[in-house]
Design a protein around this ligand. Structure first.
Ligand code: MN
Length: 393
């Protein structure tokens, strides 16, 4: 079975989320949790960006022993030097250098010709390689890069020592089948040099059109063996591909993908909450896998199915990902089966007649979205139910 390396960039791209600024201690705490989660690579930061980030990356490189510790650097000698100074303490250091390769980025941002960009790739990948054996090279804005030029750049990067080539959809513009074709094009044209040099092809997707996870999965289908992602999908603008969603797709649809990862999924929920608390970014309630509502059922038909057999409406066992929350939620959409189940789980047994009355009163509530146990007992009392009919366990 093909092994997919999970490259977590919560501490680098995730930290670039607007309004997020992690201290050295906070980054170290998250890095320790990522190690427990089982990620293969931690992109710890962008050391040239600030003194604080340099120190954080250095500390993570010193203390985290399991995963590869990676630092980001532009294809600029000074960036690469500073990156190396920070990560060299790791047992498994990686320099990740990048340059933009799309026409708009080369013309408008870099103000460099394609030939100059090729020269820079050659010089800077070779320079990174002279310091560190593990070099990743990214073609920024790859999904909007002309395909033959993209292949030319990849060939140069491999020839000069890159062992991982990353294909980012930097602006979240790509569509899944299109992105799959892009990756396929790379393997079709450069398959020999990729396999001869044992190069890992990677993807890095953004969520501007909500396609980050779908594009990452399409890339896996096309043969990438590394995915770059973040906890809760945090990142610049609309964020990056979400680690937990990618991993749970690969597991839940194992026979479809036929790949494996090293992630300990029982740590997913606690990792999500830690990142949310430290970064100060709330997880949206309906977020797949880790949202507050991800495994909650409120409507009567669904509740009835879940009580009979969870598999009717659940494709993942919430316990597997360490999810903590209320599975059956009572609200105006609930039926008497769930109300009865909810009450008996809470230690109260009412007769059928009373359950019908309580359920219809709940349906009559107009100012509550979710009804608590206390609300339900309150309703029961309000209906002046006979104490003798109510058995308190
Ligand atoms: Mn990015």
């Amino acid at each position: 079975m093909t092994y997919i390396k999970i490259f977590d960039t919560t501490l680098r791209d995730g930290e670039q989320s607007p309004g997020v600024n992690l201290s050295k201690d906070e980054k170290l705490k998250i890095a320790k949790q990522l190690e427990k989660l089982g990620v293969d690579i931690i992109e710890a930061g962008f050391p040239v960006s600030s003194e604080e980030d340099f120190e954080a990356v250095k500390q993570i490189a010193k203390e985290i022993k399991g995963p590869i510790i990676c630092g980001l650097a532009r294809a600029v000698k000074e960036d690469i030097d500073i990156c190396w100074e920070a990560i060299k303490y790791s047992k498994k250091p990686r320099i990740h250098t990048f340059i933009a390769t799309s026409k708009i980025h080369m013309d408008e941002k870099l103000k460099r010709s394609p030939q100059e960009v090729i020269e820079l790739v050659r010089e800077m990948v070779a320079y990174a390689k002279s310091l560190c054996n593990d070099v990743e090279f990214s073609l920024e804005d790859a999904s909007r890069t002309e395909r033959d030029f993209m292949c030319k750049i990849i060939r140069v990067a491999i020839e000069f020592g890159a062992t991982t080539i990353n294909i980012p959809d930097t602006v979240g513009y790509s569509q899944p089948d299109e992105f799959k074709d892009t990756i396929k094009y790379i393997f079709d044209n450069l398959g020999d040099i990729i396999s001869k040099n044992k190069v890992t092809i990677s993807c890095h997707c953004h969520n501007d059109l909500g396609n980050a996870v779908a594009n990452s999965l399409a890339a896996i289908k096309a043969g990438v063996t590394q995915v770059e992602c973040t906890i809760n999908g945090i990142g610049e603008r609309a964020g990056n591909a979400s680690l937990e969603e990618i991993v749970m797709n690969l597991i839940t649809r194992k026979s479809y993908f036929n790949v494996e990862t090293c992630i300990d999924i029982s740590k997913i929920f606690e990792t999500s909450r830690m990142v949310s608390d430290i970064a100060g970014m709330v997880v949206q309630p309906n977020k797949a896998i880790v949202g507050k509502n991800a495994f909650s059922h409120e409507s009567g038909i669904h509740q009835d199915g879940i009580i009979k057999n969870r598999l009717t409406y659940e494709i993942i066992n919430p316990k597997d990902v360490g999810w903590v929350g209320e599975s059956i939620v009572i609200g105006r959409h609930s039926g008497k089966r769930a109300v009865s189940e909810f009450l008996s789980k809470s230690g109260y047994n009412f007769c059928d007649e009373d359950i019908v009355k309580i359920t219809s009163s709940i349906k009559g509530l107009v100012d509550k979205n979710i009804v608590s146990k206390e609300d339900i007992i309150g309703i029961a009392n309000k209906l002046k139910l006979n104490e003798s009919k109510t058995k308190l366990i």
